[in-house]
Design a protein. Sequence first.
Length: 78
Amino acid sequence: MTAAHFTPDEIPRRLLYPIPEAMVLLSMSRSTIYEQIRRGRLRSVTQGASRFIPASALTEYVELLEKEAKEASSGEAA
């Protein structure tokens, strides 16, 4: 079964997630995920030719988004 067939609740909890599973967890496209990695907003690691997103990086990224949303709603610059 591929990651595209998992719902976020069905994906097993792990320390590292391949990009397709991170896409499902964050509800983002592949290009958006790689753009966030390129911009340094989402951490990733590589093992051989494979790229993974650490579970802690997913949490940090969501916290960053929440912080930015809070700042935007209060009129502060991000």
